[in-house]
Design a protein. Structure first.
Length: 253
């Protein structure tokens, strides 16, 4: 039986992707989201499946929707639907990644030293971090990965960027916080820390502050997603998050 929290999370993620997009086109089982200003960003140009779809037809649906782009990304929010679609998509050349939907069920922490920051304060640290993650991509790709946060401001009525600063004022760790108090849902997304400031408590401050602000706004469903195969999931578990479901991404160059 699907958790009521998970159903709420899936609706929230689908709605965010729709609102963030510069334009959307309906496809069987969901929609295609586009943003020509960030054409190199897969998350801004993808197919989102949030309803029933014919698994065998999905590769052709994705090709028709994304064939003009150098990449393909198909996000499938429902776990059972994704597992049914995995075979046809993998046979069509897609790689399959599973993400954990993690709900915060621990005590709400006190607000830490992190604070809301502007996009301008994030551009420098984000650029350095993306160059470390993707050393072989060109400057335009990095620029789009940094500036695409502008589009996220459309995703819901209350989008905040939370950052923890060093004593010198540099933003050392940061994350997005998406709030929808009307439906009681908040998402923490894209937590990053500058390599120069690892293991100094900055990420803890960001997460604690985000959780506190979400609870303060009346959001009882506080969640994030984490790669099922990577270590951060355990870091989040130690901070009161637990797995309530899975979402899936299928990618192809």
């Amino acid at each position: 039986m699907t958790s009521p929290h998970l159903s709420r999370v899936n609706r929230f993620m689908a709605a965010f992707a729709r609102r963030q997009a510069a334009r959307t086109v309906g496809v069987p089982g969901g929609f295609a989201a586009y943003d020509d200003a960030f054409a190199q960003s897969r998350a801004n140009n993808q197919v989102v499946i949030d309803a029933d779809v014919d698994p065998e037809a999905l590769p052709a649906i994705a090709e028709e929707a994304l064939g003009h782009l150098p990449h393909r990304l198909v996000s499938v929010l429902d776990d059972d639907t994704a597992r049914a679609c995995a075979g046809p998509l993998v046979r069509a050349g897609y790689t399959h990644s599973t993400y954990l939907v993690m709900l915060h069920t621990g005590p709400v922490p006190a607000r830490a030293a992190a604070q809301e920051v502007g996009l301008d304060a994030l551009r420098g640290p984000l650029t350095i971090r993306w160059r470390g993650i993707l050393p072989d991509v060109d400057d335009e790709v990095v620029r789009q990965l940094v500036d695409r946060r502008e589009a996220r401001l459309r995703g819901t009525d209350d989008v905040r960027f939370i950052g923890s600063r060093t004593e010198g004022g540099e933003v050392a760790s940061w994350a997005d916080l998406y709030l929808d108090p009307a439906v009681g849902t908040a998402q923490i997304e894209d937590l990053m820390t500058s390599q120069a400031h690892f293991r100094r408590g900055h990420a803890d401050a960001v997460v604690a502050t985000a959780l506190h602000l979400a609870a303060e706004a009346g959001c009882e469903t506080r969640f994030l997603t984490a790669d099922a195969t990577d270590w951060p999931r355990h870091w989040y578990e130690r901070r009161g998050f637990h797995v309530i479901g899975h979402s899936h991404a299928f990618e192809r160059d």
